[in-house]
Design a protein around this ligand. Structure first.
Ligand code: AMO
Length: 435
C-alpha cells in the first residue's frame, strides 16, 4: 500500500473546485472501455463512480496495467482532476500513479452492473458482491439510518440500553419454536425474545430499557416475512400502560422515517422511493372492530380467532400507513399480556400494522404475581419453570408495558422490499445457514 492512499477522497467529494489538483481515489474497477489510444475506466467507491481517463501516449505502462485489470479489482489511483462534460459527474481523473491493491479473479460469481435480473438465491450466495450493487447496499444504509432514528428517540425519552442473554433455559414465546443448544451438561436454548429479562429489569428501578439484538425462532415457516434469526428492537417501561408504550413506538417510527429522509436521499433515489413522515397519532382499531370489518367483507372469522392474512388484508383496505390493532382476546396473546380489569377476556395488548403486515407486538404486562401464575397455568405452562422470572414480581414490581419491533420487517416497509431476506445481510431461514 502506498503512503499516498491516506489522502484518499470519496468520489462523491470530487467537484470543480478540485479541477487542476491531484487527488487519490480508490475502489473497485467497475468497467473498462479501451479504445486503443484512450481508455475510460469507471472506478466505484461507496459514494458512486469516478471516471479515470488514461492516455496510452502519456504512460504506456500505466495504460497497460489499467486496461488489463479484471473487473472488480481493487485499485488506488493518484491523478489530476479535470473537467469533462462527457464524464459522469462532469469530471474525470487522469491517472498518474496506480496501486493494484487486490486483483479480482474471473469470472465473477455474479455481475455488479449487468442489467439482467439475478435470482435472490444467487444474490444471497454471493452477498459480498451483491452488496456492491447500489440498490442492494441502499437497503442497509437505510436500515442504519432508521436504527439511528429509533435509538435517538430512545435516548431522548430516557431509555437505558441493555443487553440480555441469548442462551437461556426457558421458552418465552411458545415452546415449539426453540433452537436447542448444548450448554455443558445442560440443555439450553437460543432466546426467542428478551421478554422475560426486560420485564425483570422493571423490578430494578432502571425504569425504561431498550435492547436491539438477535432473536431466534425455530419456526418452520418458509414465507417472505419469516426469518429464523431476526433483529428485535425491544423496550420495557415501568409505571406505564399500553397507551404509553404505543406512544413511544409511534414516535420512534416517525423519527426513523425522518432520519432516512434526511440522511439517505441518494439511497431512496436508487430504490425509486419517496418517503413521507407519518403523522401522529397512528389510528387505533380494536380487534373487535377488525373482526366486524372482515366479516362485513365476507371473510369468515370468529371473535377469538387470530387474524390471518385475508382478515388483515380486509382491514388494511380501510386504512393507510401504520395503524394499531388493540384489545386482542386474552386467550390468543401470551401469558404476560394484562387482561382488562373490567373485561378480562380482552387484553391490554396491541399489534402495530402496516397494510396487512404485523411489525410489532406489545402490551401492558401482568405485574401481579398471583395473576401471572394463573395466566401461565391458563396457557398450559408450568409456573415452576418460570421461577427465576416470577421471583422478580414478588418483591416490588411496578406496573409496566413494552413492545418488540422487528427490525427487518420495518426495513421492508421503509425500502419497499417484498422479501424480508433482502433486509438482512446474511439471512437465516429454513434452507439457509451459509453464508
Ligand atoms: P412477537 O413474537 O410478535 O412478540 O415478535 C415481535 C416482532 O418481531 C418480529 N418477528 C419476526 N421477524 C422476522 N421473522 C420472524 N420469524 C419474526 N418473529 C417475530 C415481527 C414481530 O411483530 N415478546 C414479544 C414482544 C413484546 O410483547 O414486547 C414478541 O416477541 O416484527
Amino acid at each position: 500500500m502506498q503512503d499516498w492512499l491516506r489522502e484518499r477522497v470519496y468520489s462523491g467529494r470530487l467537484d470543480e473546485r478540485l479541477a487542476g489538483k491531484d487527488v487519490v481515489v480508490a475502489g473497485w474497477v467497475q468497467e473498462i472501455r479501451n479504445l486503443g489510444g484512450i481508455a475510460f475506466i469507471q472506478l466505484r467507491d461507496r459514494e458512486g463512480t469516478v471516471q479515470l481517463t488514461a492516455l496510452k501516449r502519456e504512460n504506456r505502462e500505466l495504460f497497460k496495467a489499467l486496461t488489463t485489470l479484471n473487473r472488480e479489482s481493487v485499485v488506488a489511483v493518484r491523478g489530476l482532476v479535470q473537467p469533462n462534460k462527457e464524464a459522469p459527474g462532469g469530471l474525470e481523473v487522469l491517472p498518474g500513479e496506480l496501486d493494484v491493491l487486490s486483483p479480482a479473479a474471473a469470472p465473477l460469481p455474479m455481475g455488479v452492473v449487468d442489467k439482467v435480473g439475478v435470482e435472490l438465491d444467487t444474490r444471497l450466495n454471493a452477498r459480498f458482491i451483491d452488496l456492491r450493487r447500489p440498490g442492494s447496499a441502499a437497503v442497509f444504509r437505510i436500515r442504519s439510518s432508521a436504527l439511528r432514528g429509533i435509538r435517538s428517540q430512545f435516548e431522548q425519552e430516557g431509555f437505558v440500553e441493555v443487553h440480555t442473554p441469548k442462551i437461556v433455559a426457558t421458552a418465552t414465546e411458545g415452546g415449539t419454536a426453540l433452537f436447542p443448544v448444548q450448554y455443558f451438561e445442560h440443555r439450553a436454548f437460543l432466546n426467542q425474545s428478551p421478554q422475560l429479562f426486560k420485564q425483570m429489569l422493571m423490578a430494578t428501578g432502571f425504569d425504561r430499557v431498550y435492547e436491539i439484538g438477535p432473536a431466534f425462532r425455530a419456526e418452520l415457516h418458509d414465507t417472505v416475512r419469516h426469518l429464523n434469526e431476526f433483529t428485535s428492537i425491544d423496550i420495557e417501561m415501568a409505571f406505564s400502560d399500553e397507551e404509553g408504550a404505543m406512544g413511544v413506538l409511534e414516535r420512534c417510527l416517525q423519527s426513523a422515517v425522518k432520519r432516512v429522509i434526511e440522511e439517505r436521499p441518494r439511497e431512496l433515489g436508487a430504490l425509486g422511493l419517496t418517503l413521507e413522515v407519518p403523522s401522529l397519532p397512528f389510528p387505533r382499531l380494536t380487534y373487535t372492530k377488525c373482526i366486524e370489518l372482515a366479516n362485513s367483507k365476507g371473510i369468515d372469522v370468529e371473535w377469538g380467532a387470530d387474524l390471518e392474512m385475508d382478515a388483515t388484508k380486509a382491514v388494511a383496505e380501510e386504512t393507510e400507513g401504520f395503524y394499531f390493532i388493540t384489545r386482542w382476546p386474552t386467550a390468543i396473546k401470551p401469558f404476560y399480556a394484562h387482561p382488562f380489569e373490567d373485561k378480562p377476556r380482552e387484553s391490554r395488548s396491541f399489534d402495530l400494522m402496516f397494510g396487512e403486515k404485523e411489525i410489532t407486538s406489545g402490551a401492558q404486562r401482568v405485574h401481579e404475581p398471583d395473576l401471572l401464575v394463573q395466566r401461565l397455568r391458563d396457557q398450559g405452562l408450568d409456573p415452576g419453570s418460570f421461577d427465576f422470572y416470577l421471583q422478580a414480581f414478588r418483591f416490588g414490581m411496578p406496573p409496566h408495558a413494552g413492545w418488540g419491533l422487528g427490525a427487518e420487517r420495518t426495513v421492508m416497509i421503509l425500502t419497499g422490499r417484498d422479501n424480508v431476506r433482502d433486509c438482512v445481510l446474511f439471512p437465516r431461514d429454513r434452507r439457509r445457514l451459509s453464508p
